[in-house]
Structures are given as structure tokens and as C-alpha cells.
Design a binder for this molecule. Sequence first.
Ligand code: SF4
Length: 587
Amino acid sequence: MITGKLINRVLYIDLTNKSFKVKDRQDLFDKYIGGTGVATQLLFEECPEGADPLGEDSPIILAVGPLTGVYPLASKTVAMFKSPLTGNLGESHVGGRSAVAIRMAGYGAIVVKGKSDFPVYLAIHGRKVQFKDATTIWGMHSSTTAGRIMRDNEPGDGVRSIMKIGRAGENLCSYAAVTTESFRHFGRLGLGAIFGSKFLKGIVVSGEDFLKVADVKGFKKLYEDLYKSAVDTSLMKKYHDLGTAVNIMSLDKMGALPTKNLTERKLEGVQNISGENLAEKFLARRVACAHCPVGCVHLAEIREPSEHEAYFNKTTLIGYDFELIYSLGSMIGINDPEAMLKLIDDVEKHCFDAMSAGVVLAWTTEMFQKGKINKTHTLDIEPKWGDYMAYKKILENIVEQPNVFYKALAKGVAYASEQFGGKEFAMAFGKNEMPGYHTGPATYLGFLLGARHSHLDNGGYSIDQKDLISDNPPAAEKVVDKIFEEEYIRQILSSISICFFARGVYSMELVSQALKTMGLEISEKELLDLGKKIHAEKYRFKFREGFSFENLHVPSRIYEAPDPTGKIKKEYIDAGLKYAKEQLAKA
Ligand code: SF4
């Protein structure tokens, strides 16, 4: 049982009537702590069964946790919504300053519903909530420029968070993202399209609340320990040094880097786009989310001659990490680092989810190569592996959606392959485009079973690397148990807004201690039970919205492509799914 009043205020905003109210929801925070736990319940309350994800009734829910703004690395805001990409549970996490800003504004969660009749952005400064006309920034080519205009018009310099969409969201692309502070994203599952459907260009949040801890002495000691393990041990070092981009070379070496739509598992010239090469030749600086001492956000700098002025170079900063390098590099056969960085920048300006965009480009290329689509579909573009210019144009067409083919591409590869064929190599799981791991069956079971079909739900790829590269690999059922156990733990981390990169720092024992210093009594065992309960609740929502194991499509490409554990067998995946279904029925 959690006791103690900490965060309890939920801000409810109605875009249709341009009104808002604040409610005390101690009941929810008492039961579910915050973050994903509370957001899941708000989703049940606010999202009518069968709602159109892009309809007026469909909610946007943002939630933070009791450690936000207090302990290091409690830097994530959870967004919960009904996904326009998968048609069921939509959840995405973002850092930047968003979580701390929401907490300092005095809220544990924000719910946005309705639809404005003209483009607006929300300005939430503490208890003051304003609906600001965004007509002049709607349709702007670059979401970064739109963000700068909001920044220039709003107070709170240095502590505010600015969330915004680009044209992908305005035009309702099912995998449009929301960007915060330029380089952090609510990337997955199409939150940007929901903003767009509501004529909501962005949300600016700031506040100056005072946060109290219950046990000051205990807090100081624990803070110091957590801080030290984040900065003085090897636990987080790789995230700071090369960032997740360090994984490119190791995955390529083991033949697990999805390349050219997984027709290959290694990329020729991969070292050019490796974390090492990018750090050596392009890294300009690292930045961190608010209240994070690690700073894993790597920014590359590229210089190009200005189109407007002779003898003048334009400098652009571009954030990169493993998933971006995979999806806009190896997956589409790009090994030229400048071309890849420019494509990442295009994706950023339009505000797409990078992983989905890369997989869509990869599928389109293979469809074109196989003659299943032609220049009539692509409007004269001839996509080929590694061709930056072709990919840039395709992305622009996905934003504009000038014909039926591009309209389908804007709904993701699962939808596009239903319309045009190529399902066997449409690399999406639960309709969510795949992340960059072809490490073995556990990664795919992880994508298929994850509540939001994300590698971040359970890290199946590490189970492959730890347990399945063996002469005596465990049965599928054992792997599913591990996947679920990990997912229960991650429910707790995201309920207290901890960055998943810090999962080695925040054991359940330390989480319990940290909550105690805040006045919340919850044991390690109770935390794990709650993680399991939140996971079951998410599946309850998924089933309510029509998710079924029978309809889960597994692209047969994964069975054709050898991986470090051998070759994935269909029977193994089927056994895992059958067992998972039985376990969830008991939950
Ligand atoms: S480790 Fe990286 S993503 Fe996580 S909170 Fe720190 S800067 Fe943000």
C-alpha cells in the first residue's frame, strides 16, 4: 500500500471548448504511483471503447512520477494514447525538460481531449493555462522553426519544455512523432498524429513549484549513492561516451544488424556510420535531459554551403543514436555518414518516428526492386539502397500524400503491405515497425509480446545474447517468462519516470528506498506485484480495443535470415506466443 500525499493534481484540458479544470486524483496516485501506472488508468477513463484514435474523444495523457525533479534520471514523461498505427495501446516516453517542467508546474498528469477549430498551442505555466493561436506556425516546413517561435513567445527560459509536431503530424501520418527540446522525442506509435488531429501544434510547460522530501537525511545519502553509480561506475558509461551508437559495430560483427530490409545482416562500409566514426568526425557536443548527470544525447555537426549567401557555411546540429543509425542507415543501405545525418535531419524536420520511417523506406525499396510497385506509385522516384536523394523525396511525399500509394505509406508498412502486397517482408510486429535487432527469437518474441510492441518493453535482444547463444538454449516458454518478468520491472520504472537506460542503477530495492524518502511506503515485493498488475491492465486495454494473438502477423523474412543463435524456427515463435496467451489469460 502506498501512503503519503505527493503528486495528485491532474490537469484536464478541453480543446473544443478551450477550457480546463484541475482535479485531485490522489485515488489514482495512491494505487498506481504515477507515470505509466496512472496514465493507463486515465486512458481507461478517458478513451471510450472503440474510439477513433484521431477522433475528438481520443485523449492525450501525459504523466510523471513522484521521483521526477527529485532524484537523478527520473527524467521521463510517459504519454499514453490510443495508437493510430496499431489501433490499440499507444505509449511513448520522452526526456528533455518535459517531466521536470510538468512536475514543477504542479501536475502529476495532464489529459488533453477534444479538438480545436483552428491551430493552437497550449501554454501551461503553473496554474495558468492558455490556448494560443498557432495558425501562423501550422504548416511550417521545419518543426524546429515552429518550436523557436513558441520559445520566443513564452516565458520560463531554461526551465520550460516545448513539445511540438511537424507536418507529418499535421497531415496525420500514423507514425508522426512529437519532439521536445529539439532532440528528444515521443517517437513511437503516432502521438504526433493525435496532436495533428486536434489542431494542436504544441504544448509549452513551465512551473516553479517547491518539491518536498519526507526524509531529508535519507534522501541526501541515497541521492549521493545513485548519483555516484550513474557517473562513477561502468553502469552508464557507454551511454555517455559513444552513446547507444556503440552497438552498431558489435551487432554488425555478430551478423545481427538489420540491413537492406533484413535481406542482409551486415552492412558493407558499416564503420563509416559507426558510433566511433561519428564521434571522431562529427560529434559536436553531448546534452542531457533535465536532472540527468549522464548526458547520452549525441549531437553531430554538419556544415554545408548556404543556399542564400556565398562563402558562408550553414551549420546544423543533428542528434543521433543507435536506432536512428540502424533505421536511416543500415536498414536502407546508407553507409555515407553525411547522407545519413542529413536524412535524420529531414526526419526531424518533418517529425516522423525514425524507426517507422526507415522501415517504410526499406519496404518501399524492396517492393520497387521486386517490381511489385513502379514509378506510377512512387511518382517517378526510383528508390535504391543507399540513395539519400530518393529517400528524401519519398519522405516529402509521405508528408504530402499526393496519391493512394503515399497515403498508404503514411499509415505504416503493415497497412501498406495489406494494400500492395509484400507482407512477408513488411518488417512490423503488432503493426509497429521493427527496431534494429536481429539477434534471435527472443528479440522477436519481445516485439510481439511487448505491450506496445517495442524493444524497450522488455529488451528481448539481451535475452538472445545472454541465454540463447548457447548449445543448450532455453525453451520458448522460459524465454517468455523472462520477457514478462523484465516487462513487470519496467512498468515500475516508467511509473516513477526513470529513464530505462538507468535500469542498472535503480534496483527495485533502491526504488523502494527512494520512495520511502518521499514518504511513500511500498516494499520491493509490492512493487513487483504492482508491475505485474499494470502490465495486465495494459493488456486489458489492448484486448478491449481488439488486439488478438491470432491476428499477430509475423513477417516470414525473420525465418529466412540467419541470426547469431542460428535460424529462428516458426515453431519456437508459435510455442512462445501460445504460452504467452495462456499466461495472460490467467493474469
Ligand atoms: S541517460 Fe540519456 S535519455 Fe536517459 S535521462 Fe539521461 S540524457 Fe536522457
